[in-house]
Design a binder for this molecule. Structure first.
Ligand SMILES: [Zn+2]
Length: 762
């Protein structure tokens, strides 16, 4: 066809039909790409293939935009697709299918070659003699007779991983990507997500017109826009028009809620949402008005958290896109059958333009093990079943998260075709990427998945590894993973590239070990000795002859500093900071003091959800072995060691067993305003004397917390009270005052949590 035309005829056509000329030129580029790759396989020999690159698909009438077809027989190759990206994808698909060429990652291009050691990236193919046999066969007898037509399951396919933006990865796997491979650009999108503050900036409008913003518990706050405000709607339209004028080529424009739960509850918004059975009601009515003003654009909005359920009455206009998010879903099991499926089914009745925003990693612990392997394909198949047309798989844009190369590869294959067998995909990748270590690496994935399944626990996006200490991250499982990967390291010790790849997997186990074994639930493997001295702390390790925990921390930090990730949480915590924090935690983890393991009588017991496993009977009984005075201080994870009181004071009596002299009380509290955890306003201590069943106050001391209500970094802070004179007493009453309402800067009208551990007497 066109590509076979002579050069002079080509020039003539360019002259007469300029637009054809462009097309011809593009097809020539794909032909060259194909020739160039084949030449590389055969080590500079051209085999004289007769190549046709066409823009017309014959297999299907009205094939979707990115569909392609190819066929081959002996010396003939034909490639066809309507656009140049799809043709390039077709070239790679052909080379992958017929020659076994694969692009595992930018650092692992599995290119077949007659000369296996010709280039460094061909090192791996040394183990694949069958590839070489195949090439010899093609050299001798020509290409096999084959034909293929492919179309994508989803029209928009974005896999948000650093790996997918490197080299030719996106082109090879047919991902939707911008020409410059940047993260900020989502092809064809002008504004992407959480845009209402951009379109109605609170710094400009909230002071003058608080009524344009959300009413929560009786007060206006800037967190979200009041979507029944006509003035807010007009301003959003005006500002959106300006944005569009600056980027006229973009089709999709997001008009969407901000990333918090504080949607407007004013009488108008509340009435709409009640009538619609969902907070999506006021959103869709608002967005439809915007969409009417821009009939040639598509207005996208979120169905996210509080707005995930579809409205009962209002249908999104045809030029509205719904960005439906799976953020809450359990990743231990496929989504099918959950309330997310119900929401998806309902939205799919209202709209045929749905982008599913799916999440595939743990964003608070980028290196931690996250065995969601069994849901990746199943969930994409479910989205396909309901006619979802766009997919955004959110991983992480910086390299070296847990199993990043495998995740990027498998997801890229699955967003094209979710019905592929995921197990075969994982096996293929592992075999080619980990070579001699593949058996152990595959076993690691299997074992983690089985252990998670057996425990019946959910796998969600932000949980600390220690959550799974009785599941797939128990000491016994961590030991087994370590043994497997030690074996894999031994097997690859003479192969630096493979050895390095296995080390990156070991990083995940090192991290989980440090994070899980700091809990008393680690039993004999606990990082701290139950009878600690500076000499015996964390000098032992997970395995009898293995490295100590101190060495594990050193090795983990060294590797992370060299090879990433540059931060361990999606927004913060460099490896150096992690090292310093862990060292500080270790130095302060245990303590001895005069109230150590003494009996406690709660006058206000902590909330049931945050008692750190303590079995608290009632507020009349003495309790022993309480977390609050067990000599083990909580870390920044509020889920462990801490006791929590919501909107109430912590109030209890400690029985020292006999009279003793106390000079100082110190209590540590947690700050984490995202989780509604705030510092106390005051610490009050009374020395009591028990007289005929009644406690009489002998002495009272108190100290105010100077930082109460301030916006502090997430962390643990001390509040100490040195008495005006020593207190000689057997019973002490401790009262830690909860400031009650959250500070106004938090933007939420709710009660704060008080998290305390440990209360120490000196
Ligand atoms: Zn409102």
């Amino acid at each position: 066809m066109f590509a076979k035309l002579s050069y002079s005829l080509y020039l003539a056509l360019v002259f007469v039909f300029g637009f054809w000329g462009l097309n011809l030129h593009a097809q020539e580029a794909e032909k060259q790409l194909l020739e160039q790759e084949i030449t590389r396989f055969f080590y500079k020999k051209t085999l004289g293939f007769d190549i046709v690159v066409d823009s017309k698909i014959k297999s299907k009438i009205n094939a979707p935009a990115d569909a392609f077809e190819w066929s081959c027989n002996k010396k003939e190759i034909r490639i066809a697709a309507a656009n140049s990206e799809a043709r390039e994808h077709a070239v790679y698909h052909f080379l992958e299918t017929v020659f076994g060429f694969n692009y595992l990652s930018a650092d692992a291009v599995d290119r077949p070659s007659l000369y296996p050691l010709a280039t460094p990236d061909n090192k791996l193919t040394y183990y694949r003699q069958e590839q070489r046999k195949l090439l010899l066969e093609i050299e001798k007898n020509g290409l096999p007779k084959k034909a293929c037509y492919e179309e994508p399951a989803f029209e928009y396919r974005e896999v948000f991983y650093g790996e997918c933006r490197r080299g030719q990865f996106a082109n090879f796997h047919g991902l939707t990507h911008s020409k410059d491979n940047t993260f900020e650009n989502h092809t064809n999108w002008g504004l992407w997500v959480h845009t209402l503050h951009k379109l109605l900036p609170p710094q400009e409008w909230f002071g003058k017109h608080p009524e344009y913003f959300a009413l929560r518990n009786g007060i206006r706050i800037p967190d979200q826009v009041c979507l029944s405000s006509k003035e807010a709607l007009e301003l959003v339209k005006t500002n959106l028009a300006k944005e569009m004028a600056a980027k006229p080529e973009a089709l999709y424009w997001s008009v969407s809620q901000m990333d918090n739960y504080n949607y407007c509850e004013c009488a108008h918004c509340a009435a709409i949402d009640k009538e619609e059975g969902s907070a999506a009601g006021s959103i869709i009515r608002f967005v439809n008005e915007v969409a009417k003003a821009f009939p040639n654009k598509i207005i996208s909005t979120l169905a996210y958290q509080y707005s995930r359920s579809a409205p009962k009455l209002t249908k999104p206009l045809p030029n509205v896109n719904i960005m439906l998010c799976t953020i809450e879903s359990n990743r231990a099991k496929p989504i099918a059958g959950t309330d997310f499926e119900t929401d998806l089914a309902n939205w799919s009745k209202l709209s045929n333009n749905i982008l599913v925003w799916d999440y595939v990693i743990n964003f608070s612990h980028l290196v931690g093990p996250f065995p969601n392997w069994q849901v990746l394909g199943a969930n994409l198949s479910l989205f396909k079943k309901y006619g979802v047309n766009m997919i955004f798989e959110q991983g992480y844009n910086k390299p070296s998260g847990e199993f990043e190369p495998l995740r990027a590869y498998a997801l890229s294959k699955l967003v094209w075709n979710p019905s592929l067998n995921t197990d075969s995909l994982y096996k293929y990748f592992i075999e080619h990427y980990y070579g001699d270590a593949s058996e152990e690496v595959y076993a690691l994935i299997q074992l983690q998945t089985e252990a998670l399944n057996q425990s019946g626990m959910s796998l969600t996006l932000y949980e600390p590894p220690a959550t799974f200490i009785n599941s797939f991250l128990s000491a016994a499982y961590l030991q087994e993973y370590t043994r497997l990967l030690d074996q894999a390291l031994q097997k690859t010790s003479a192969e630096p590239i493979l050895y390095q790849r296995v080390q990156m997997l070991m990083q995940s186990i090192r991290y989980a070990t440090l994070e899980c074994m700091k809990l008393t639930a680690a039993g004999d493997n606990w990082i701290f000795s139950s009878n600690p001295t500076p000499q015996n702390q964390h000098t032992h390790g997970l395995l009898p002859n293995g490295p100590s925990y101190a060495q594990v921390l050193d090795t983990f930090t060294q590797y992370a500093k060299l090879y990433g990730p540059s931060i361990l949480h999606e927004r913060y915590l460099t490896p150096q900071e992690y090292y310093a924090r862990t060292q500080a935690d270790w130095a302060q983890a245990t303590c001895t003091h005069k109230a150590l393991n003494k009996a406690i009588l709660y006058q206000q017991a902590p909330d049931k959800a945050y008692r750190d496993g303590s079995n608290i009977k009632d507020e009349e009984s003495w309790h022993y072995q309480q977390s609050i005075n067990n000599g083990l201080r909580g870390t920044i994870e509020y889920q462990f060691n801490w006791m929590g009181w919501w909107g109430r004071d912590a109030e209890f009596i400690i029985d020292l067993g006999k009279e003793d002299t106390i000079r100082q009380v110190s209590c540590r509290f947690l700050e984490n305003n995202q989780a509604w955890i705030v510092g106390p306003s005051k610490l009050l201590v009374q020395g009591l004397k028990l007289n005929k069943g009644i406690y009489l106050v002998q002495q009272e001391e108190q100290v105010a917390n100077a930082t109460v209500g301030l916006k502090l970094e997430v962390g643990k802070y001390p509040l100490s009270l040195t008495f005006s004179k020593p207190m000689y007493t057997r019973y002490l009453k401790i009262k830690i005052i909860n400031p009650g309402k959250l500070p106004t800067w938090r933007g939420v009208n709710g009660n704060g949590w008080l998290f305390i551990d440990e209360v120490e007497l000196y």
